[in-house]
Design a binder for this molecule. Structure first.
Ligand code: URA
Length: 417
C-alpha cells in the first residue's frame, strides 16, 4: 500500500469507486507515483476499473492528460518555428492516411512531428507499415526528430521511452485488466501523446462502424467531443471528422500493400475514398486551401516530400510503390472471383480485418511478428456492380492453406445481391 505525500491511495480509489470527483493534484500525484513505481500496478488497475465504471469529468480528464504529458519529455521547438500540426485516427481497417497526409502537410509551411503506434488488435499500425520499407528507421530520438523537422518539415516515428512513459505503463495495464474501452482513459491516452508533441493544431479522425473502436456514430461523437474539449483546454486548436468504418479504406489491407496504395495517392492516383479523406483531414490543419493540397498530390510535390522523408530516415527510396511486387512478394497470390453477378452490398471491415490478422498482417499479442507481405488488395467497394468471375479481391498469403481460410472469410465479408 503506497502512501504518497498528501494522498492515501486506497481512499482515493474508494472515492472514485463511489463516484466522487478527484482533485487535479491528487491525479497528478497518483500518476507520478505510478510512473516512478511507488504506486503498484494492482492499485492503478483498481483505479482504472473505478474510472471505467464512474468516468472522469472534464477537469479530471484534463488532469490525467496533463499527468501523462508531464511524465516524460515534450517536444520543444526553436523560436520562430512554423505552425506544428498533426492528426490522430482512432484506427480502422486499411487506414493508411497518415502515410500520405504527413508528407502532404509538410509541403505547406508546417512541421509535422507524427508520433505513431504499432497495431494491436486487428491490422498493423503506422510503424509496422513504415517498417515494410527496407531500412526505414522509426526509432528516432526527440532531438533527431527536431533536427529532421528543421530540414524537411516531417518525421514519422515511434513513442520513445522518454515520451509519455505513464501512458505506456498505464496502457499495458489497461490492456490486461479490461479497462481499455473507457472514454476518459482513451482521451487522456491519445491526447496526452499528441499534446506532448507541442502542437498548434490537431485534427482527429474518429471512426465508427464494424471495423472501428466505436461501433456507432453517437459514441464516436462523444469520444470526439471529449478529445476536442481536452485539446482546447491545453490551448491546441482541435477539430474532429467522424468517418464511417463499415468497409475498409481504399482497396488494400496489409502492411506493404497499404504503403504501396498510399504512394499511389501521393502520386495523385489511388482510391477516391483515401484521397478524399486525406484531403479532408489536411484541409482542417493546413495553411492553404484544398486546390493547393490537390495540386501537391497531383504534381509530384507530395511524393517528393515522401521520398525525402524515406531517405532521411534510412529507407530505400527506390522501393517506393514496389514493396508488394519487388520487396515483399507473397508466396501465394490468389484472385477471388465473384460467383454470381449483382451489386456489392457489403464489404465488412471487421471480418476483413480479422482475416488479415489471421494471414499474419496484424498482431494478436504484443510480441507477434508481423508479416509485411500478406493481406488483400483489389478489394471491391460496396455499391459496385459486378459480373460473375470478376475479381472482387486478391489475397496475398504465406501459403495455400492460409489463403483458403482468407478466401472463405472474404466470401462471408463481401455480400453480392
Ligand atoms: N489508442 C491509444 O493510444 N490509447 C487508447 O487508450 C486507445 C487507443
Amino acid at each position: 500500500m503506497a502512501d504518497l505525500p498528501n494522498i492515501h491511495v486506497p481512499s482515493l480509489i474508494a472515492r472514485k469507486r463511489d463516484g466522487s470527483p478527484l482533485l487535479a493534484e491528487e491525479i497528478a500525484t497518483l500518476m507520478s507515483g505510478f510512473t516512478e513505481g511507488s504506486v503498484p500496478d494492482y492499485q492503478m488497475a483498481a483505479f482504472a476499473m473505478a474510472v471505467y465504471f464512474q468516468g472522469l469529468d472534464d477537469n479530471e480528464t484534463a488532469a490525467l492528460t496533463s499527468a501523462i504529458i508531464a511524465s516524460g519529455k515534450q517536444f520543444q521547438y526553436p523560436t520562430g518555428h512554423p505552425r506544428v500540426v498533426d492528426k490522430h485516427s482512432t484506427g480502422g481497417i486499411g487506414d493508411k492516411v497518415s502515410l500520405a497526409l504527413a508528407p502532404l502537410l509538410a509541403c505547406d509551411d508546417l512541421w509535422v512531428p507524427m508520433v505513431s503506434g504499432r497495431g494491436l488488435g486487428i491490422t498493423g499500425g503506422t510503424l509496422d507499415k513504415l517498417e515494410s520499407i527496407p531500412g526505414f528507421n522509426v526509432n528516432v530520438k526527440m532531438d533527431q526528430a527536431i533536427a529532421q523537422l528543421e530540414r524537411i518539415g516531417v518525421v514519422m516515428m515511434g513513442q520513445t521511452a522518454e515520451f509519455c512513459p505513464a501512458d505506456k505503463k498505464l496502457y499495458a495495464l489497461r490492456d490486461v485488466t479490461a479497462t481499455v474501452p473507457s472514454i476518459p482513459l482513451i482521451v487522456a491516452s491519445i491526447m496526452g501523446k499528441k499534446l506532448a508533441e507541442t502542437l498548434d493544431a490537431l485534427v482527429l479522425d474518429v471512426k465508427f462502424g464494424s471495423g472501428a473502436f466505436m461501433q456507432n456514430e453517437a459514441d464516436a461523437r462523444k469520444l470526439a467531443d471529449a478529445m476536442i474539449a481536452t485539446g482546447e483546454r491545453h490551448g491546441v486548436k482541435t477539430t474532429a471528422i467522424l468517418t464511417p468504418m463499415s468497409e475498409p479504406l481504399g482497396h488494400a489491407v496489409g502492411n506493404a500493400l497499404e504503403v504501396d496504395e498510399a504512394v499511389e495517392t501521393l502520386h495523385g492516383r489511388g482510391p477516391a475514398d483515401l484521397r478524399k479523406l486525406t484531403l479532408d483531414l489536411a484541409e482542417a490543419v493546413a495553411n492553404v486551401k484544398r486546390p493547393q493540397l490537390e495540386q501537391w498530390l497531383d504534381d509530384g510535390t507530395a511524393f517528393a516530400k515522401w521520398q525525402e522523408m524515406v531517405t532521411t530516415q534510412g529507407g530505400d527510396p527506390t522501393a517506393s510503390g514496389k514493396l508488394a511486387t519487388n520487396i515483399h512478394p507473397a508466396p501465394v497470390i490468389r484472385d477471388v472471383l465473384a460467383k454470381a453477378s449483382g451489386t456489392v452490398t457489403a464489404v465488412d471491415a471487421k471480418q476483413i480485418g480479422q482475416a488479415s490478422l489471421e494471414l499474419g498482417a496484424g498482431r494478436a499479442t504484443s510480441d507477434t511478428t508481423i508479416n509485411p507481405a500478406v493481406g488483400f488488395d483489389q478489394l471491391v467497394k460496396s455499391s459496385t456492380d459486378v459480373q460473375a468471375r470478376d475479381v472482387i479481391a486478391r489475397i496475398h498469403a504465406a501459403n495455400d492453406s492460409s489463403a483458403d481460410v482468407a478466401e472463405a472469410a472474404l466470401r462471408s465479408a463481401i455480400v453480392i445481391r
